[in-house]
Every structure is written in structure tokens, then in C-alpha cells.
Design a binder for this molecule. Structure first.
Ligand SMILES: [Zn+2]
Length: 268
């Protein structure tokens, strides 16, 4: 039985985000003028490497996975994709200005810290493993009634779910009409169709086939069709069409040039 939603959300007492002593230290030793992290405002000489290549990730040019030499903020540990999303949320949505009941599934640590402290957001974090979230949730069977949330953030989750269209339908069901969901997934630039094979069950087979041992597919652009078949209107946001607001020609936030954001809107 789900707990009353507003009660959970309001039980989060807003607290001011203050950098910890270790963050101050890291801000100092990594200080530079080349880059900037929009999430923690650190000015940086470089980002840290993140990710690991496998042959299939390289061959299929999977955006959002694989080794990137400068991906992670050394201060708040945000990744390139977290920074893109934060910039989108601040500049292209009213999330930080108008009241929103937000469901954040499998929350990214750096985003979670900012979202749960924002006065405009009634925040609920959830995961199948609730160790670091407010509640446990199976997104193929969400324990809330329809039209419960104004917005949902669920990144790099659907690629782990066997019945991804069931999860998409559940996300659609619990969104308010007019609501939106950021549903980022790793996506191949070369595959014409999403590659999945449910007969591959061992971690070794999955790593070889999908690039990570807990992934069950590699999406191609027909990912958009799956979302549309559920009823979503899909916005594909390309930050390079708005460079001046996303780090300029110098790409000072070091976003991935090819990364697009997939925003699923529930029609009003
Ligand atoms: Zn940062």
C-alpha cells in the first residue's frame, strides 16, 4: 500500500546545500578556468575520466556509455549527462520556479541533492533497491494512482528492464496530463533497430551483447516509437542547437556533443 504522496513529499525538510569541507578542498585543488560545473558551480581545469569501453559500445557508437576522458566533476561527481539534464531542467522547464510533484527514479546523486532541496519541488525518490531512496518501487508496477506526478526523471533505467513497454505505460499512467518525463537511455548511433535478446541471461553474455552486464538491450532511435506507442509525445532536445545557453562554443560544461535528451510529454 502506497503511503500518502503529499505526506511523504512534505516530510522532506528543505535544507540549504552547503559544500562540505572536502568539497571546498576539491574545489581548490581542481580549480581552473577551462571548465565549469553548473551543478556545484566549481571552476575546473579538467573533469575526471569515467566509463569503460567494450567492443559493442565502440562498434555501435552507444551514446551515454563507454570511456570518456573528461566526464565526471571532481567536486560533486556529476556526470556529463547529469549536467546536460540539469541545464535543461533549469532553462527549459518551470521545475525550479513553479510547484511540482516530482518522482525521481534511480536518482543520480548530484541531481538528487539539488532537487530535494528546491522549495518548488515536492520530491519523491524511488528505486527497486531502496537503500538510497525514500521508497522502494518496481516501475513495471508503480504503487501510486494515475495522475500522481507533475514530472518524472528516470534515466538509464529502461535499458535494465525486460518489459520496458510495461514500465513506459506505468510512467504514463502516473503522470498528470500535461506532465513530462525525462527518460534518458544509452542509444546507438549505428543500429537501425533496438537490439534485444531475452535468451541472454548471464552477466558475461550481456556484457558482450549490450556493453554492460546488467543491461538487457541497446536502444536505437526506434526507442521514440516505443514511447509514442504508449501515448507520449516525444521531444528530442539537441543542446547543440542552443549552444549559447549550454556552455558556448567552448563547451565549458563538457557535454557530449551527440547526446540528445528524450522528453516524454503526456498530452493534456
Ligand atoms: Zn560539480
Amino acid at each position: 500500500m502506497a503511503k500518502p504522496l503529499k505526506k511523504i513529499a512534505k516530510s522532506v525538510v528543505p535544507r540549504k546545500i552547503k559544500p562540505t569541507a572536502s568539497q571546498y578542498f576539491r574545489k581548490t585543488i581542481h580549480f581552473g578556468t577551462r571548465y565549469e560545473c553548473p551543478i556545484c558551480s566549481a571552476k575546473l581545469k579538467s573533469f575526471l575520466p569515467f566509463g569503460e569501453d567494450t567492443p559493442v559500445i565502440t562498434k555501435q557508437q552507444v551514446i551515454g556509455l563507454g570511456y570518456r576522458p573528461e566526464a565526471q566533476c571532481p567536486v560533486c561527481y556529476s556526470l556529463d549527462r547529469d549536467r546536460l539534464q540539469y541545464l535543461y531542467l533549469t532553462q527549459k522547464t518551470a521545475l525550479f520556479t513553479d510547484p511540482h510533484l516530482l518522482l525521481h527514479i534511480a536518482p543520480e546523486h548530484s541531481l538528487k541533492a539539488i532537487l530535494e532541496d528546491s522549495p518548488s519541488i515536492h520530491y519523491l525518490s524511488a528505486d527497486i533497491d531502496p537503500t538510497h531512496t525514500m521508497i522502494k518501487m518496481d516501475i513495471t508496477k508503480i504503487q501510486y494512482p494515475e495522475e500522481s506526478f507533475d514530472a518524472i526523471i528516470c534515466n538509464h533505467v529502461l535499458d535494465h528492464i525486460h518489459h520496458d513497454t510495461l514500465a513506459m505505460a506505468e510512467l504514463y499512467r502516473v503522470l498528470m496530463p500535461g506532465g513530462w518525463a525525462v527518460l534518458q537511455v544509452p542509444i546507438s548511433l549505428t543500429l537501425e533497430q533496438t537490439y534485444e535478446d531475452n535468451t541472454l541471461t548471464s552477466i558475461w553474455e550481456r556484457e558482450v551483447a549490450f556493453g554492460e552486464d546488467d543491461h538487457v538491450r541497446i536502444y536505437a532511435m526506434d526507442y521514440v516509437d516505443r514511447l509514442q506507442n504508449i501515448g507520449f509525445e516525444v521531444e528530442i532536445f539537441d543542446w547543440t542547437q542552443d549552444r549559447k545557453n549550454f556552455g558556448g562554443e567552448a563547451n565549458k560544461f563538457n557535454l557530449i556533443e551527440e547526446e540528445k535528451l528524450f522528453i516524454a510529454h503526456k498530452p493534456k
